[in-house]
Design a protein around this ligand. Sequence first.
Ligand SMILES: Nc1nc2c(ncn2[C@@H]2O[C@H](COP(=O)(O)OP(=O)(O)OP(=O)(O)O)[C@@H](O)[C@H]2O)c(=O)[nH]1
Length: 793
Amino acid sequence: MRALLSLLRFRPTRPCLPGWLGAVFVLVFLGAGALSPVEAREPNTLTIGMFAYRPVSVLEPAWRPLAWYLQEQVPGVHVNIRFLDQDAMTRALERDELDLVFTNPAHYITLRTQNQLSGAIATLVALEEGKAVSQLGGVLIRRKERTDIQRWQDLPGKVVAVTGTQYLGGYATQAKELVQRGIALDSIEFKRLGNPHDKVVAAVLEGQADAGFIRTGILESLHAEGKAEVADLEVVEPVSHSGFPFKASTALYPEWAMVALPHLDRDLSRRISAALLALEPEDVLSQLAGIHGFTIPADYQSVQEAMMAARVPPFDKAPTVSIREFARQHAAAVIAVGSILLTVMIASAWVLRTNRRLNLAQGRLAQERQRLEDIIEGTNAGTWEWYVAEDRIVYGRRWAAMLGYTLEELEPVSLDTWKTLTHPVDQQEVLAQLDKDLAAGVDAFESEFRMRHKAGHWVWIHNLGRIIRRTEDGKPLLLTGIHLDVTERKRNEEERALSHSVFLRTHTGVMVTDESNRIVQINPAFTEITGYTPEEVLGKSPDMLASGEHDEAFYRKLWNDLEGKGEWEGEIINRHKNGHTVPERMTISVVRDGDGAIQHYIGVFTDISLQKQLVRELQHSAHHDLLTGLPNRALLYDRLGLALAQARRARSSVAVIFLDLDGFKPVNDTYGHVVGDELLRRLAQRMRGVVRDGDTLARLGGDEFVVVANAVADEEDATACAERVLAAIGEPVTLKMAGTTVRLSASVGVVVCPPTASEEDALPEAVLGRADVLMYEAKRAGKARVVVQRFVP
Ligand SMILES: Nc1nc2c(ncn2[C@@H]2O[C@H](COP(=O)(O)OP(=O)(O)OP(=O)(O)O)[C@@H](O)[C@H]2O)c(=O)[nH]1
């Protein structure tokens, strides 16, 4: 039941929907604005500075939930997010106001050269045209008919449209390709058009530029938007990247980086990294931000190299390039006036600087590698590397520890180690899926399977793999990946599924209401018991089920119990949709959040109509004769006692008419007991017909009956009543089962008890005893008669 209740506490939008969702909507609908521009770093507050690539009003609803999500994942820390343009970000870093920076790769490298930033802790996996993309590159476009531009080498002397030279996908990536080919950047006339990239596409289409640099994915996105004119464009020098869904003319570079500032506590940074990696594409947060999620941090060194090659600020004063260019542009003068000394000096300076940069870059690389290892350790991931050509596998220590082993215990390791430990059914599925993935040329793959722990139990593993190197013809050479122990999550999922199935299948009705007592969830049993479908009740108050059978005091007690004890239990009569009432046994519980505020009320109830019916039947059979349905001896005593007491108060008389059938035994003997039963039933019916409504006709047992007649005037009145009964008995009875007609009589003793009788004489036993004696007198006197005795006190 605990599991059921915990299930109910969450709406089924998504299992375990984070608590911040409500806040998202509140914020979006209230239109909350951006935070104040300057915020000092508070203790226990973690501030993420996100590069504001779009207006804050657009970024706020999409990305603010990231802060709430991280806050939920890292309890005890208040997580804040600030949307900052480049200048504001620089200022915030100078003032030490940020703990994390989330920005595009070029901006990250720029900030890194200006500030003490550490390595990235996660890389964004974007969602473009419905595809997961963790890389970006550059595209060189021209109009189809411009066949004079076939290669990068054709660009010198041409006009090339660009958004701006500070962009990675829009400039640096292409510039690097040019520099690599020895093409001087100033041999090309760059036309800076500003954002968005559509302007570059339009300029090329309209012939205002000979070619254009745009980011990967732009062409496909314009095509998807129905811009048919992009078909007039050609991608120059297309490069195919396995698994990358867009056209590119350059190498690929990693997506946005989440970067930790050096002061950030290592453990905290690991927990944030783990939380980001745990994001799923179908999480509400991912959907709001329009992303696929995050992946382990990429190597951003390639971005820096591209920026340096392209002389993008802050690398626009790179001596390597400027000296070369200087030499090229002023070759004649240099040769004329250059001395060997000068050349040696320049060369030495260049070597020194390059070395310094190299050392710096290597230091950063080592730092990033260390950070990556920390992250892997922090996420409790076990690593593996598979060198396909050598058929060699390297497992990390944590990989083995996850299964209760040391690496030494598993030596020598191979793919067979994995096979031996993996559940045979899962193993087949995983290998089949891997074959499919490899055939499809994907770069990343994931799977889940069970592995046998040293202690004997199964451990659920989530495997994330990536192809790191391929042969020239595209065959995988090196695959690496991580194993995560997701046993707990699997168990929770199973428990949740089980609870949900119980919720659906139980015959107990369940109704969940929100804090203002509006119904938010019901189960099928609810519909079965009340007749109402979810569409008819959701959003309404449970009052709609009220039958009107309970008074105000009943509901007051119910609400008092809920407020005081947090629970009410009892029987309640509700009204079915069809109109009839349904008695229910119900328990209502209050569910509160951590601060004690009411979140939900949960009503669990069963239909007790059948039990109630059974109780009624049992009560009836305890007081009635099974054969005739008449009151039995016990009820007769009750009724007679009541009648005598009332008569005494009302100063009236009660008559007791005691009857015993004459000659009943021969009917039994001749036609059998079943026929005798039929006769008793028929005579009982007849007698009932002649007895007044307020009077009682009871069967004492056998063929003995008693009539209690209230408010009789005198003995004559009582005798008349007895005669009526006698006459009813005396009518012929056709017994269907015997196929015969019989005619019986009865001997009757009548006692009239006046209000003046003593208490003792007016006891039911005394009055009945006297009537019994008179009935015997009637028998002795020849049967078929009434003997009345005046009551003498
Ligand atoms: N069919 C049937 N017979 C019953 C039932 N209870 C008692 N009897 C029979 O009713 C008969 C009553 O006995 P008596 O009152 O002595 O029989 P009788 O023939 O009416 O005798 P008198 O009263 O002297 O005329 C007995 O044979 C019982 O076995 C019953 O529930 N059903």
